[in-house]
Design a protein around this ligand. Structure first.
Ligand code: GSH
Length: 210
């Protein structure tokens, strides 16, 4: 059994979707990031040095806590032998690392300036709006050449990126204007494991359509 320490965020959803995809049994422990600020509790910091979700503990294998969503996806991909083909590892790693180092952090700033704290910084709003638009354009271009991010097959790179695009209603970029990105987004949205993993903390929410 895998224990998943998480919250209902794009980084959190990456792991619930992966666990659903590989059909591993898992138990979710909610970490209240806002009211109780449980990420800063001493016990949690022992398994997450930067006080961040997601974290997993694989009770059937190494029993060691694993933090960082990219590292967790690689671990689960290797352990299950799914969505992380050895022959295509170099490509998958590039698209996964781009998500980890660029797509997620930049869109995350866009959420802060454009959605959660609008009016606080004109510079921040403009900067991250533009960067998010460029990310949509660049992903659209890639997905015009390739079925999935790292090639013909759905991989952990798609699993890492999709939950960020699933917040498109608050981005105000207009996902439907990007035909290849929309095609990829919709195709992944129809996967039963994605539908289940998306609702891992809130059964009421629906995947937003472009
Ligand atoms: N690079 C990390 C980022 C994780 C992250 O930013 N988690 C956020 C929620 S999406 C968090 O735990 N924030 C709490 C905090 O920073 O206090 C990963 O991908 O696992």
């Amino acid at each position: 059994m895998i224990e998943l320490f998480s919250a209902d965020t794009p980084n959190g959803k990456k792991i619930s979707i992966m666990l659903e995809e590989i059909e591993y049994e898992y138990k979710v422990t909610n970490v209240d990031l806002h009211e109780k600020k449980e990420q800063f509790k001493t016990e949690f910091r022992k398994i997450s040095p930067f006080s961040k979700i997601p974290v997993i503990i694989d009770h059937n294998n190494n029993k060691e806590a694993i933090f960082e969503s990219g590292a967790i996806l690689m671990y689960l991909g290797e352990r299950s032998n799914k969505f992380y083909d050895k022959e295509n590892k170099l490509k998958i790693n590039q698209w996964l690392m781009s998500q980890m180092g660029y797509v997620g952090p930049m869109i995350g700033q866009h959420h802060q300036f454009h959605h959660y704290h609008k009016g606080k910084s004109e510079f921040g709003e403009k900067r991250y709006f533009e960067i998010t638009r460029r990310i949509y354009e660049d992903l659209d271009e890639r997905l015009g050449q390739s079925k999935f991010l790292a090639g013909d097959k759905y991989t952990i790179a798609d699993i890492a990126t999709w939950p960020w695009i699933a917040r498109h209603p608050i981005h105000d970029i207009g996902l439907s204007k990007f035909s290849h990105l929309s095609r990829w987004y919709l195709e992944i949205s129809r996967r039963p494991a994605v539908v289940k993993g998306f609702k891992f903390m809130n059964k009421e929410i629906e995947i937003p359509l472009p």
